[in-house]
Design a protein around this ligand. Structure first.
Ligand SMILES: O=P(O)(O)OC[C@H]1O[C@H](O[C@H]2O[C@H](CO)[C@@H](O)[C@H](O)[C@H]2O)[C@H](O)[C@@H](O)[C@@H]1O
Length: 286
Protein backbone atom coordinates (compact mmCIF):
# COMPACT_ATOMS: atom_id res chain seq x y z
CA UNK A 1 0.00 0.00 0.00
CA UNK A 2 1.18 3.53 -0.74
CA UNK A 3 2.25 5.57 2.27
CA UNK A 4 -0.79 7.54 3.48
CA UNK A 5 -0.89 10.49 5.86
CA UNK A 6 -3.34 10.94 8.74
CA UNK A 7 -5.20 7.73 8.09
CA UNK A 8 -7.09 5.85 10.78
CA UNK A 9 -8.00 2.20 10.38
CA UNK A 10 -11.25 3.15 8.69
CA UNK A 11 -9.44 5.41 6.21
CA UNK A 12 -7.05 2.59 5.34
CA UNK A 13 -9.93 0.20 4.77
CA UNK A 14 -11.74 2.70 2.58
CA UNK A 15 -8.58 3.33 0.59
CA UNK A 16 -8.12 -0.43 0.08
CA UNK A 17 -11.73 -0.79 -1.08
CA UNK A 18 -11.24 1.96 -3.68
CA UNK A 19 -8.01 0.29 -4.87
CA UNK A 20 -9.94 -2.97 -5.38
CA UNK A 21 -12.63 -1.10 -7.34
CA UNK A 22 -10.17 1.21 -9.14
CA UNK A 23 -11.27 0.31 -12.66
CA UNK A 24 -14.82 1.47 -11.81
CA UNK A 25 -13.79 4.52 -9.79
CA UNK A 26 -14.69 8.12 -10.53
CA UNK A 27 -11.97 10.44 -9.22
CA UNK A 28 -13.30 13.95 -8.54
CA UNK A 29 -10.97 16.74 -7.48
CA UNK A 30 -11.30 20.36 -6.49
CA UNK A 31 -8.84 22.76 -8.20
CA UNK A 32 -7.55 25.56 -5.90
CA UNK A 33 -5.84 24.16 -2.83
CA UNK A 34 -6.22 20.57 -4.06
CA UNK A 35 -4.52 20.45 -7.47
CA UNK A 36 -3.20 24.01 -7.51
CA UNK A 37 -1.24 25.50 -4.59
CA UNK A 38 -2.89 28.54 -2.99
CA UNK A 39 -1.26 31.80 -4.15
CA UNK A 40 -1.99 35.44 -3.39
CA UNK A 41 -3.23 36.41 -6.86
CA UNK A 42 -5.93 34.04 -8.22
CA UNK A 43 -4.92 34.82 -11.80
CA UNK A 44 -1.40 33.45 -11.21
CA UNK A 45 -2.57 30.10 -9.83
CA UNK A 46 -1.40 27.08 -11.82
CA UNK A 47 -1.95 23.37 -11.49
CA UNK A 48 0.91 21.61 -9.67
CA UNK A 49 3.76 20.79 -12.05
CA UNK A 50 3.38 17.04 -11.43
CA UNK A 51 -0.38 17.00 -11.92
CA UNK A 52 -0.44 16.20 -15.64
CA UNK A 53 1.71 13.10 -15.36
CA UNK A 54 -0.07 11.91 -12.21
CA UNK A 55 -3.56 12.42 -13.66
CA UNK A 56 -2.69 10.77 -16.95
CA UNK A 57 -1.16 7.79 -15.11
CA UNK A 58 -4.20 7.57 -12.85
CA UNK A 59 -6.66 7.76 -15.75
CA UNK A 60 -5.32 4.48 -17.12
CA UNK A 61 -6.35 2.79 -13.84
CA UNK A 62 -9.77 4.40 -13.12
CA UNK A 63 -13.07 4.93 -14.92
CA UNK A 64 -13.09 8.73 -15.28
CA UNK A 65 -11.65 11.96 -13.87
CA UNK A 66 -13.51 15.13 -12.96
CA UNK A 67 -12.45 18.56 -11.75
CA UNK A 68 -15.24 20.16 -9.69
CA UNK A 69 -14.36 23.76 -8.95
CA UNK A 70 -15.60 27.21 -8.08
CA UNK A 71 -13.49 28.56 -10.95
CA UNK A 72 -15.08 29.27 -14.31
CA UNK A 73 -14.72 26.01 -16.24
CA UNK A 74 -12.73 27.61 -19.07
CA UNK A 75 -10.29 29.10 -16.60
CA UNK A 76 -9.78 25.75 -14.88
CA UNK A 77 -9.08 24.19 -18.29
CA UNK A 78 -6.51 26.88 -19.04
CA UNK A 79 -4.81 27.04 -15.62
CA UNK A 80 -4.87 23.26 -15.41
CA UNK A 81 -3.51 22.55 -18.88
CA UNK A 82 -6.52 20.26 -19.19
CA UNK A 83 -6.68 20.27 -23.00
CA UNK A 84 -3.38 18.41 -23.13
CA UNK A 85 -4.49 16.03 -20.37
CA UNK A 86 -7.77 15.42 -22.23
CA UNK A 87 -5.80 14.63 -25.41
CA UNK A 88 -3.78 12.00 -23.57
CA UNK A 89 -6.90 10.54 -21.97
CA UNK A 90 -8.73 10.39 -25.30
CA UNK A 91 -5.96 8.14 -26.63
CA UNK A 92 -6.74 5.66 -23.89
CA UNK A 93 -10.51 6.06 -24.32
CA UNK A 94 -10.92 7.87 -20.99
CA UNK A 95 -12.91 10.98 -20.18
CA UNK A 96 -12.18 14.05 -18.10
CA UNK A 97 -15.00 16.37 -17.01
CA UNK A 98 -14.83 19.87 -15.62
CA UNK A 99 -17.73 21.24 -13.60
CA UNK A 100 -17.02 24.94 -13.05
CA UNK A 101 -18.67 27.74 -11.05
CA UNK A 102 -19.83 25.20 -8.45
CA UNK A 103 -21.51 23.04 -11.09
CA UNK A 104 -23.11 25.81 -13.16
CA UNK A 105 -20.74 25.28 -16.08
CA UNK A 106 -19.46 22.10 -17.67
CA UNK A 107 -16.76 21.07 -20.09
CA UNK A 108 -15.48 17.65 -21.07
CA UNK A 109 -12.57 16.21 -22.99
CA UNK A 110 -15.05 14.98 -25.60
CA UNK A 111 -16.86 18.29 -26.11
CA UNK A 112 -14.18 20.94 -25.39
CA UNK A 113 -16.90 23.57 -25.11
CA UNK A 114 -18.00 25.35 -21.94
CA UNK A 115 -21.75 25.09 -21.46
CA UNK A 116 -23.46 27.23 -18.83
CA UNK A 117 -26.30 29.61 -18.09
CA UNK A 118 -26.27 33.40 -18.63
CA UNK A 119 -25.19 35.60 -15.69
CA UNK A 120 -27.82 35.65 -12.95
CA UNK A 121 -30.30 38.49 -12.87
CA UNK A 122 -29.21 40.83 -10.13
CA UNK A 123 -25.46 40.33 -10.53
CA UNK A 124 -24.90 43.60 -12.39
CA UNK A 125 -26.93 45.57 -9.81
CA UNK A 126 -25.06 43.80 -6.98
CA UNK A 127 -21.72 44.80 -8.50
CA UNK A 128 -22.88 48.39 -8.92
CA UNK A 129 -23.74 48.58 -5.21
CA UNK A 130 -20.66 46.67 -4.03
CA UNK A 131 -18.08 49.52 -3.82
CA UNK A 132 -20.20 51.48 -1.34
CA UNK A 133 -20.54 48.47 0.97
CA UNK A 134 -16.83 47.69 0.72
CA UNK A 135 -15.91 51.33 1.48
CA UNK A 136 -18.17 51.34 4.53
CA UNK A 137 -16.07 48.46 5.90
CA UNK A 138 -12.65 49.78 4.93
CA UNK A 139 -12.36 47.20 2.16
CA UNK A 140 -12.50 49.46 -0.90
CA UNK A 141 -9.16 48.02 -2.07
CA UNK A 142 -10.34 44.41 -1.98
CA UNK A 143 -9.43 42.47 -5.11
CA UNK A 144 -12.61 41.80 -7.08
CA UNK A 145 -12.59 38.69 -9.25
CA UNK A 146 -15.05 38.89 -12.12
CA UNK A 147 -16.22 35.38 -12.92
CA UNK A 148 -19.02 35.98 -15.41
CA UNK A 149 -21.67 34.11 -13.42
CA UNK A 150 -20.35 35.34 -10.07
CA UNK A 151 -18.04 37.79 -8.37
CA UNK A 152 -15.38 37.09 -5.76
CA UNK A 153 -14.32 39.59 -3.09
CA UNK A 154 -10.79 38.59 -2.01
CA UNK A 155 -9.33 39.71 1.33
CA UNK A 156 -6.00 37.82 1.14
CA UNK A 157 -3.97 41.00 0.56
CA UNK A 158 -5.19 42.75 3.73
CA UNK A 159 -3.28 42.66 7.04
CA UNK A 160 -6.07 40.65 8.73
CA UNK A 161 -7.61 38.74 5.80
CA UNK A 162 -9.66 36.28 7.88
CA UNK A 163 -10.99 38.97 10.21
CA UNK A 164 -11.97 41.21 7.31
CA UNK A 165 -13.70 38.34 5.51
CA UNK A 166 -15.66 37.62 8.68
CA UNK A 167 -16.69 41.28 9.02
CA UNK A 168 -17.73 41.47 5.37
CA UNK A 169 -19.88 38.34 5.48
CA UNK A 170 -23.07 39.87 6.97
CA UNK A 171 -23.21 43.00 4.76
CA UNK A 172 -22.34 41.04 1.61
CA UNK A 173 -24.92 38.37 2.46
CA UNK A 174 -27.53 41.10 2.91
CA UNK A 175 -26.64 42.82 -0.36
CA UNK A 176 -26.58 39.47 -2.17
CA UNK A 177 -30.01 38.55 -0.83
CA UNK A 178 -31.41 41.92 -1.96
CA UNK A 179 -30.42 40.93 -5.51
CA UNK A 180 -31.56 37.30 -5.38
CA UNK A 181 -28.02 36.02 -4.96
CA UNK A 182 -26.20 33.97 -2.31
CA UNK A 183 -22.75 34.06 -0.78
CA UNK A 184 -20.20 31.26 -0.99
CA UNK A 185 -17.45 31.86 1.59
CA UNK A 186 -14.03 30.39 0.85
CA UNK A 187 -10.39 30.82 1.76
CA UNK A 188 -10.10 34.58 2.31
CA UNK A 189 -12.73 35.13 -0.36
CA UNK A 190 -16.46 35.72 -0.37
CA UNK A 191 -18.06 34.75 -3.64
CA UNK A 192 -21.49 35.99 -4.66
CA UNK A 193 -23.44 33.87 -7.11
CA UNK A 194 -26.86 32.50 -8.03
CA UNK A 195 -28.44 30.04 -5.60
CA UNK A 196 -29.62 26.58 -6.65
CA UNK A 197 -26.37 24.87 -7.57
CA UNK A 198 -23.48 23.42 -5.57
CA UNK A 199 -20.75 20.83 -5.93
CA UNK A 200 -23.01 18.10 -4.53
CA UNK A 201 -25.32 18.47 -7.50
CA UNK A 202 -22.33 18.24 -9.83
CA UNK A 203 -21.46 14.94 -8.14
CA UNK A 204 -25.03 13.70 -8.68
CA UNK A 205 -24.78 14.57 -12.39
CA UNK A 206 -21.44 12.80 -12.66
CA UNK A 207 -22.88 9.71 -10.97
CA UNK A 208 -25.70 9.51 -13.49
CA UNK A 209 -23.39 10.02 -16.48
CA UNK A 210 -20.37 7.96 -15.42
CA UNK A 211 -22.20 5.22 -13.46
CA UNK A 212 -19.16 4.63 -11.24
CA UNK A 213 -18.68 1.67 -8.94
CA UNK A 214 -16.65 3.75 -6.47
CA UNK A 215 -15.86 7.43 -5.91
CA UNK A 216 -12.81 9.24 -4.58
CA UNK A 217 -13.30 12.97 -4.02
CA UNK A 218 -10.64 15.40 -2.83
CA UNK A 219 -11.21 18.97 -1.68
CA UNK A 220 -9.89 21.63 0.65
CA UNK A 221 -12.56 24.19 1.49
CA UNK A 222 -16.12 25.00 2.54
CA UNK A 223 -17.42 24.79 -1.03
CA UNK A 224 -16.42 21.11 -1.09
CA UNK A 225 -18.68 20.12 1.80
CA UNK A 226 -21.70 19.48 -0.44
CA UNK A 227 -19.56 17.26 -2.67
CA UNK A 228 -18.37 15.31 0.38
CA UNK A 229 -21.97 14.92 1.52
CA UNK A 230 -23.17 13.79 -1.91
CA UNK A 231 -20.38 11.21 -2.22
CA UNK A 232 -21.01 9.90 1.29
CA UNK A 233 -24.77 9.67 0.67
CA UNK A 234 -24.20 7.85 -2.63
CA UNK A 235 -21.86 5.37 -0.91
CA UNK A 236 -24.36 4.71 1.88
CA UNK A 237 -27.23 4.24 -0.57
CA UNK A 238 -25.39 1.96 -2.98
CA UNK A 239 -22.99 0.24 -0.59
CA UNK A 240 -20.17 1.20 -2.97
CA UNK A 241 -16.67 2.23 -1.85
CA UNK A 242 -16.01 5.94 -1.30
CA UNK A 243 -12.95 7.85 -0.15
CA UNK A 244 -13.08 11.50 0.94
CA UNK A 245 -9.71 13.21 0.91
CA UNK A 246 -8.97 16.49 2.69
CA UNK A 247 -6.18 18.51 1.11
CA UNK A 248 -5.08 20.35 4.19
CA UNK A 249 -2.30 22.85 4.77
CA UNK A 250 -1.79 25.13 7.74
CA UNK A 251 -2.11 24.98 11.51
CA UNK A 252 -5.92 25.13 11.83
CA UNK A 253 -8.06 22.03 11.56
CA UNK A 254 -10.00 23.66 8.72
CA UNK A 255 -13.54 23.14 7.46
CA UNK A 256 -13.31 19.54 6.25
CA UNK A 257 -11.73 18.08 9.39
CA UNK A 258 -14.04 15.40 10.72
CA UNK A 259 -15.74 14.89 7.35
CA UNK A 260 -12.82 13.33 5.48
CA UNK A 261 -11.59 9.74 5.53
CA UNK A 262 -8.01 10.90 5.23
CA UNK A 263 -5.97 14.06 5.17
CA UNK A 264 -2.99 14.87 2.97
CA UNK A 265 -0.73 17.90 2.90
CA UNK A 266 -1.97 20.18 0.10
CA UNK A 267 -1.62 19.51 -3.64
CA UNK A 268 1.73 17.76 -3.07
CA UNK A 269 0.01 15.32 -0.73
CA UNK A 270 -2.97 14.86 -3.05
CA UNK A 271 -0.71 13.97 -5.97
CA UNK A 272 1.31 11.63 -3.76
CA UNK A 273 -1.90 9.86 -2.80
CA UNK A 274 -3.05 9.57 -6.42
CA UNK A 275 0.38 8.32 -7.51
CA UNK A 276 0.15 5.66 -4.82
CA UNK A 277 -3.38 4.76 -5.87
CA UNK A 278 -2.23 4.22 -9.46
CA UNK A 279 0.60 1.99 -8.27
CA UNK A 280 -1.58 0.03 -5.85
CA UNK A 281 -4.29 -0.40 -8.48
CA UNK A 282 -1.71 -1.69 -10.95
CA UNK A 283 -0.50 -4.16 -8.30
CA UNK A 284 -4.05 -5.28 -7.60
CA UNK A 285 -4.66 -6.38 -11.22
CA UNK A 286 -1.35 -8.24 -11.66
O1 LIG B 1 -13.42 25.17 -5.82
P1 LIG B 1 -12.00 25.60 -5.95
O2 LIG B 1 -11.29 24.99 -7.11
O3 LIG B 1 -11.23 25.41 -4.66
O4 LIG B 1 -12.06 27.16 -6.22
C1 LIG B 1 -12.52 28.04 -5.18
C2 LIG B 1 -12.05 29.45 -5.46
O5 LIG B 1 -10.63 29.40 -5.53
C3 LIG B 1 -9.91 30.55 -5.91
O6 LIG B 1 -9.62 31.29 -4.76
C4 LIG B 1 -8.74 30.61 -3.88
O7 LIG B 1 -7.48 30.38 -4.54
C5 LIG B 1 -6.75 31.61 -4.88
C6 LIG B 1 -5.51 31.21 -5.65
O8 LIG B 1 -4.71 30.30 -4.93
C7 LIG B 1 -6.44 32.38 -3.59
O9 LIG B 1 -5.75 33.58 -3.88
C8 LIG B 1 -7.76 32.70 -2.86
O10 LIG B 1 -7.49 33.31 -1.61
C9 LIG B 1 -8.56 31.41 -2.61
O11 LIG B 1 -9.82 31.70 -2.03
C10 LIG B 1 -10.56 31.36 -7.03
O12 LIG B 1 -10.03 32.66 -7.06
C11 LIG B 1 -12.07 31.38 -6.99
O13 LIG B 1 -12.58 31.86 -8.22
C12 LIG B 1 -12.58 29.96 -6.79
O14 LIG B 1 -13.99 29.94 -6.79
Amino acid sequence: MAELQSVGTEGEQKYAAVVSAAAETLVGLDFDGTLSPIVEDPSTARIHEDAASVLIGLASRVKALAIVTGRPAGQAVELGGLDAIADALAEMGKEIYVFGQYGNERWSGSDRVVVGPPPPEGLAAFEAALPEVLSAHGAQDAYIEEKGLAVGVHTRRFPDPDGLAERLLPPLAELAAEHGLMIEPGKQVIEVRAPGMHKGRAIDTLVSEVAPGAILFGGDDLGDIEAFEAVRAWGETTGSPTLLVYSHAGPDRGPLAGLADLEVAGPEGVLGLLRGLSADAAGAVR
